[in-house]
Design a protein around this ligand. Structure first.
Ligand SMILES: [Zn+2]
Length: 247
Protein backbone atom coordinates (compact mmCIF):
# COMPACT_ATOMS: atom_id res chain seq x y z
CA UNK A 1 0.00 0.00 0.00
CA UNK A 2 2.72 2.36 1.00
CA UNK A 3 4.65 1.38 -2.05
CA UNK A 4 1.66 2.11 -4.29
CA UNK A 5 1.20 5.56 -2.73
CA UNK A 6 4.85 6.30 -3.15
CA UNK A 7 4.69 5.15 -6.74
CA UNK A 8 1.65 7.35 -7.41
CA UNK A 9 3.27 10.33 -5.82
CA UNK A 10 6.44 9.90 -7.87
CA UNK A 11 4.40 9.49 -11.06
CA UNK A 12 2.41 12.62 -10.26
CA UNK A 13 5.53 14.58 -9.55
CA UNK A 14 7.06 13.37 -12.78
CA UNK A 15 3.92 14.25 -14.73
CA UNK A 16 3.84 17.71 -13.20
CA UNK A 17 7.51 18.20 -13.96
CA UNK A 18 7.05 17.12 -17.57
CA UNK A 19 4.01 19.41 -17.86
CA UNK A 20 6.09 22.24 -16.46
CA UNK A 21 8.89 21.55 -18.95
CA UNK A 22 6.37 21.18 -21.76
CA UNK A 23 4.64 24.46 -21.01
CA UNK A 24 8.01 26.18 -20.62
CA UNK A 25 9.21 25.07 -24.04
CA UNK A 26 5.99 25.09 -26.02
CA UNK A 27 4.50 28.23 -24.56
CA UNK A 28 7.41 30.33 -25.70
CA UNK A 29 8.63 29.40 -29.16
CA UNK A 30 11.02 32.33 -29.03
CA UNK A 31 13.11 30.43 -26.49
CA UNK A 32 13.30 27.41 -28.81
CA UNK A 33 14.21 29.71 -31.68
CA UNK A 34 16.88 31.35 -29.59
CA UNK A 35 18.33 28.01 -28.48
CA UNK A 36 18.47 26.73 -32.07
CA UNK A 37 20.05 29.98 -33.26
CA UNK A 38 22.55 29.93 -30.41
CA UNK A 39 23.45 26.28 -31.13
CA UNK A 40 24.02 27.00 -34.81
CA UNK A 41 26.07 30.09 -33.95
CA UNK A 42 28.33 28.06 -31.64
CA UNK A 43 28.63 25.33 -34.28
CA UNK A 44 29.52 27.79 -37.06
CA UNK A 45 32.08 29.41 -34.77
CA UNK A 46 33.66 26.02 -34.09
CA UNK A 47 33.69 25.14 -37.78
CA UNK A 48 35.36 28.46 -38.58
CA UNK A 49 37.82 28.06 -35.73
CA UNK A 50 38.78 24.65 -37.09
CA UNK A 51 40.10 26.30 -40.24
CA UNK A 52 43.05 27.73 -38.29
CA UNK A 53 46.17 26.01 -39.67
CA UNK A 54 48.86 24.98 -37.23
CA UNK A 55 51.15 27.92 -36.50
CA UNK A 56 54.51 27.90 -34.72
CA UNK A 57 55.00 30.89 -32.42
CA UNK A 58 58.35 32.69 -32.83
CA UNK A 59 57.72 36.14 -31.32
CA UNK A 60 60.23 38.86 -32.21
CA UNK A 61 61.30 41.55 -29.74
CA UNK A 62 58.47 43.84 -28.76
CA UNK A 63 59.36 46.57 -26.30
CA UNK A 64 58.53 50.21 -25.65
CA UNK A 65 61.03 51.33 -28.30
CA UNK A 66 59.41 49.14 -30.99
CA UNK A 67 56.04 50.46 -29.90
CA UNK A 68 57.23 54.11 -30.03
CA UNK A 69 58.89 53.64 -33.44
CA UNK A 70 55.72 51.95 -34.77
CA UNK A 71 53.55 54.82 -33.53
CA UNK A 72 55.87 57.40 -35.13
CA UNK A 73 55.85 55.39 -38.38
CA UNK A 74 52.05 55.48 -38.32
CA UNK A 75 52.11 59.23 -37.77
CA UNK A 76 55.03 60.35 -39.95
CA UNK A 77 54.69 57.95 -42.87
CA UNK A 78 50.97 57.08 -42.94
CA UNK A 79 49.74 60.38 -41.46
CA UNK A 80 47.75 58.45 -38.83
CA UNK A 81 47.99 59.81 -35.29
CA UNK A 82 47.13 56.93 -32.97
CA UNK A 83 47.85 55.88 -29.41
CA UNK A 84 47.72 52.20 -30.38
CA UNK A 85 49.74 49.92 -32.65
CA UNK A 86 46.65 47.79 -33.35
CA UNK A 87 45.69 47.66 -37.03
CA UNK A 88 42.35 46.75 -38.59
CA UNK A 89 43.43 44.22 -41.27
CA UNK A 90 41.89 44.90 -44.69
CA UNK A 91 44.58 43.47 -46.87
CA UNK A 92 47.16 40.67 -47.00
CA UNK A 93 50.50 41.32 -48.72
CA UNK A 94 52.53 38.26 -49.76
CA UNK A 95 56.34 38.54 -50.02
CA UNK A 96 59.44 36.51 -50.52
CA UNK A 97 62.43 37.15 -48.31
CA UNK A 98 65.47 36.85 -50.63
CA UNK A 99 67.05 35.40 -47.47
CA UNK A 100 67.05 31.62 -47.69
CA UNK A 101 66.46 30.47 -44.12
CA UNK A 102 63.72 30.94 -41.54
CA UNK A 103 66.11 31.51 -38.63
CA UNK A 104 68.14 34.11 -40.55
CA UNK A 105 64.92 35.90 -41.53
CA UNK A 106 63.70 35.98 -37.93
CA UNK A 107 67.13 37.20 -36.80
CA UNK A 108 66.89 40.00 -39.39
CA UNK A 109 63.43 41.10 -38.21
CA UNK A 110 64.16 40.76 -34.49
CA UNK A 111 66.14 43.97 -33.81
CA UNK A 112 63.91 46.95 -33.14
CA UNK A 113 65.96 49.40 -35.20
CA UNK A 114 66.83 49.10 -38.88
CA UNK A 115 70.48 48.26 -39.46
CA UNK A 116 71.93 49.72 -42.70
CA UNK A 117 69.58 50.31 -45.69
CA UNK A 118 70.05 54.13 -45.74
CA UNK A 119 67.05 54.79 -48.04
CA UNK A 120 64.68 53.03 -45.66
CA UNK A 121 66.42 54.47 -42.58
CA UNK A 122 65.73 58.01 -43.76
CA UNK A 123 62.00 57.19 -43.83
CA UNK A 124 61.97 55.62 -40.34
CA UNK A 125 64.32 53.92 -37.89
CA UNK A 126 61.77 51.15 -37.28
CA UNK A 127 63.06 47.77 -38.48
CA UNK A 128 61.17 45.88 -41.18
CA UNK A 129 59.22 42.77 -40.15
CA UNK A 130 56.06 40.83 -40.92
CA UNK A 131 53.39 39.11 -38.86
CA UNK A 132 54.12 35.71 -40.51
CA UNK A 133 57.01 33.84 -42.13
CA UNK A 134 56.47 30.62 -44.11
CA UNK A 135 59.32 28.16 -44.56
CA UNK A 136 59.97 26.26 -47.81
CA UNK A 137 58.37 23.14 -46.30
CA UNK A 138 55.17 25.12 -45.61
CA UNK A 139 55.66 25.57 -41.84
CA UNK A 140 53.94 28.77 -40.71
CA UNK A 141 55.74 30.90 -38.10
CA UNK A 142 54.07 33.80 -36.31
CA UNK A 143 56.33 36.69 -35.29
CA UNK A 144 53.76 39.27 -34.21
CA UNK A 145 50.04 39.17 -33.38
CA UNK A 146 47.87 39.43 -36.52
CA UNK A 147 46.66 42.92 -35.60
CA UNK A 148 49.99 44.40 -34.51
CA UNK A 149 51.58 46.94 -36.86
CA UNK A 150 54.56 45.70 -38.92
CA UNK A 151 56.69 47.54 -41.49
CA UNK A 152 56.70 45.53 -44.73
CA UNK A 153 54.84 47.47 -47.45
CA UNK A 154 55.17 51.22 -48.05
CA UNK A 155 51.84 53.07 -48.01
CA UNK A 156 49.80 50.07 -46.79
CA UNK A 157 51.27 48.82 -43.48
CA UNK A 158 48.48 50.50 -41.50
CA UNK A 159 45.93 47.98 -42.85
CA UNK A 160 47.98 45.05 -44.17
CA UNK A 161 49.05 41.74 -42.69
CA UNK A 162 52.41 40.72 -44.14
CA UNK A 163 53.36 37.14 -45.00
CA UNK A 164 57.03 36.58 -45.84
CA UNK A 165 57.97 33.38 -47.67
CA UNK A 166 61.47 31.94 -47.71
CA UNK A 167 62.47 32.20 -51.35
CA UNK A 168 63.82 34.43 -54.12
CA UNK A 169 63.78 34.86 -57.89
CA UNK A 170 66.31 32.04 -58.07
CA UNK A 171 64.41 29.88 -55.60
CA UNK A 172 60.73 30.30 -56.51
CA UNK A 173 58.17 29.53 -53.81
CA UNK A 174 57.26 25.86 -53.35
CA UNK A 175 53.95 23.94 -53.61
CA UNK A 176 54.06 23.49 -49.82
CA UNK A 177 54.28 27.28 -49.44
CA UNK A 178 51.35 27.74 -51.82
CA UNK A 179 49.26 25.34 -49.69
CA UNK A 180 50.31 27.03 -46.44
CA UNK A 181 49.59 30.54 -47.77
CA UNK A 182 46.18 29.34 -48.96
CA UNK A 183 45.31 27.85 -45.56
CA UNK A 184 46.61 30.82 -43.57
CA UNK A 185 44.90 33.45 -45.74
CA UNK A 186 41.61 31.49 -45.76
CA UNK A 187 41.78 31.57 -41.97
CA UNK A 188 42.57 35.32 -41.92
CA UNK A 189 39.73 35.99 -44.38
CA UNK A 190 37.28 34.18 -42.09
CA UNK A 191 38.39 36.38 -39.20
CA UNK A 192 38.84 39.82 -40.76
CA UNK A 193 37.22 41.87 -43.51
CA UNK A 194 40.08 41.25 -45.98
CA UNK A 195 39.39 43.09 -49.25
CA UNK A 196 42.61 42.43 -51.14
CA UNK A 197 45.24 39.70 -51.29
CA UNK A 198 48.19 41.09 -53.23
CA UNK A 199 51.80 40.34 -54.00
CA UNK A 200 54.34 42.95 -52.90
CA UNK A 201 55.09 43.54 -56.61
CA UNK A 202 51.48 44.72 -57.05
CA UNK A 203 51.35 47.29 -54.24
CA UNK A 204 51.88 50.33 -56.44
CA UNK A 205 48.43 49.73 -57.95
CA UNK A 206 47.13 51.44 -54.80
CA UNK A 207 49.06 54.69 -55.29
CA UNK A 208 46.61 57.48 -56.02
CA UNK A 209 43.73 55.68 -54.24
CA UNK A 210 42.39 56.27 -50.71
CA UNK A 211 44.13 53.06 -49.65
CA UNK A 212 47.58 54.60 -50.16
CA UNK A 213 48.74 56.43 -47.04
CA UNK A 214 52.30 57.75 -47.41
CA UNK A 215 53.13 61.36 -46.65
CA UNK A 216 56.07 61.51 -49.12
CA UNK A 217 54.86 61.01 -52.72
CA UNK A 218 58.41 60.09 -53.79
CA UNK A 219 58.86 57.34 -51.20
CA UNK A 220 58.37 53.98 -52.88
CA UNK A 221 60.55 51.11 -54.03
CA UNK A 222 60.00 48.77 -56.98
CA UNK A 223 59.38 45.17 -55.98
CA UNK A 224 59.24 41.87 -57.82
CA UNK A 225 58.25 39.52 -54.98
CA UNK A 226 56.61 37.04 -55.10
CA UNK A 227 55.72 37.29 -58.82
CA UNK A 228 52.60 36.82 -60.95
CA UNK A 229 52.67 33.04 -61.26
CA UNK A 230 52.48 32.51 -57.49
CA UNK A 231 49.83 35.19 -56.92
CA UNK A 232 47.64 33.88 -59.77
CA UNK A 233 47.64 30.38 -58.34
CA UNK A 234 47.11 31.68 -54.78
CA UNK A 235 44.13 33.85 -55.74
CA UNK A 236 42.68 30.95 -57.72
CA UNK A 237 42.90 28.76 -54.58
CA UNK A 238 41.22 31.49 -52.54
CA UNK A 239 38.43 31.96 -55.07
CA UNK A 240 39.43 35.59 -55.67
CA UNK A 241 39.50 37.65 -58.85
CA UNK A 242 42.80 37.53 -60.72
CA UNK A 243 43.48 41.17 -61.47
CA UNK A 244 44.18 43.60 -58.66
CA UNK A 245 42.10 46.65 -59.44
CA UNK A 246 42.50 49.10 -56.57
CA UNK A 247 39.40 51.16 -55.93
ZN1 LIG B 1 58.38 42.19 -50.16
Amino acid sequence: MLLKEQFNSITNNLQNYLKFLGSFVFMDKRIVGFLVFFGLWVLSFQLRAQERPSIVQRPITWNSMREDLSLSYLEQRHGIKSSSVEIVPKMVVVHWTDVLSVSKTIRTFDPVQLPGRPGLKKASLLNVSAQFVIGRDGTIFQLLPETTFARHTIGLNYCAIGIENIGSARYPLTDAQLKANTALIKYLMSKYDIQYVIGHHEYQAFQGTDWWKETDPDYFTRKSDPGNAFMEQLRLNLGLQQSVVAR
